[in-house]
Design a protein around this ligand. Sequence first.
Ligand code: NAD
Ligand code: DAU
Length: 347
Amino acid sequence: MRLLVTGGAGFIGSHFIEYFLNQYPQSEVTNLDCLTYAAHPDTVDRLAQLGGKKYSFYKLDIGDSAVTQILKDRKIDAVVNFAAETHVDRSILDPQAFVKTNILGTQNLLQAARTVGKIRFVHVSTDEVYGSLEPGDPTCTEATPLDPNSPYAASKAGADLLALATQRTYQQDILITRCTNNYGPYQFPEKLLPLVIANALEDKAVPVYGDGKQVRDWIYVEDHCRGIDTVLQKGKAGEVYNISSSAERLNIDIIKKTLGMLAKSESLITYVGDRPAHDRRYGLNPEKIRTELGWQPRYSLEEGLKATVDWYVKNQDWWKKVRNKDYFKYYQANYQPKVSDLSEAQL
Ligand code: NAD
Ligand code: DAU
């Protein structure tokens, strides 16, 4: 297969490329990423070394008209679209950047795939499009109506609807995956778990939004990657597939568990103001991908969290490189969204 991965310099996309190159050594992977702040400076070289001649990289925005030519030149058979603005807090500060990449960028990719023709297109989406559950509600199935609450979630829902409409209108080979909260090595330290680990290792305050009793459904990144590959290989055009390890936890519980693994004191926990429109609970029902496509997770939360904590302890240079102010100043000057308004605890 000749695969185009967008956003492959980010957290999940880079894991997916690594997984795919290992799994299918005969395949070729082209990575298209415009390298926002969320793409760690070391990732492009790491993947180039890993992929050798089977791997190519284009520094390009998914909204660029040159995408069509790249699909043609590289004779692409399939696209997996990871590229997105992904951090909910940033979407509250600057929704426009999210609309530009997540909606307009995705539309450009869908159109480019249509122009070239005969391309399977997997669009990577999120449980956040379903909105918030109350405790005791059944988990969301693929038929649950979309009800997004943050600008990030609304932009992802918009992209999902465009992808489905494009499939129906032009009979394009398009599929959608919706996954829960990922964690694992190489996650940018603005997201909860890497932020908790990095702050704790530096004996800094660990910020907990609101009462900390929000629920997230956690999945180890490698299980998500195998889920996307399963959909790419076996999924049916026009279908949506939820991906979940069914590991729902209160934020405060997973934070305490992480601090425990690091042998750090719970006194680092600092309750701060809540996120506006903070979703109380996410929980996905993965029965469809399990029964129709035969996917199931391999990592328990305990195993995955242990592997993650160990990785951040052993790779402190990696996360320290993107936590200094100079790194953010560079992106502040060159990229949207502006990061100046984010709290000290998140830098
Ligand atoms: P990330 O923020 O780590 O990486 C995003 C990547 O996309 C970066 O490399 C960035 O440079 C690139 N990018 C951003 N805008 C771009 C543009 N306009 N053109 C080209 N490249 C661009 O994100 P992630 O956490 O790896 O998430 C990847 C995808 O998975 C996203 O679509 C996200 O919505 C979805 N998702 C994430 C999670 C999660 O828990 N992280 C869960 C479910 C779904
Ligand atoms: O559910 C999937 C989504 O998970 C993905 O689509 C998003 O791209 C990804 O960013 C993630 O969104 P969340 O908002 O759930 O993740 P985040 O790591 O920002 O926060 C997880 C929970 O922890 C959430 O309830 C907010 C809370 N939180 C977060 C941060 C950064 C805190 O209490 N303190 C913090 O400092």
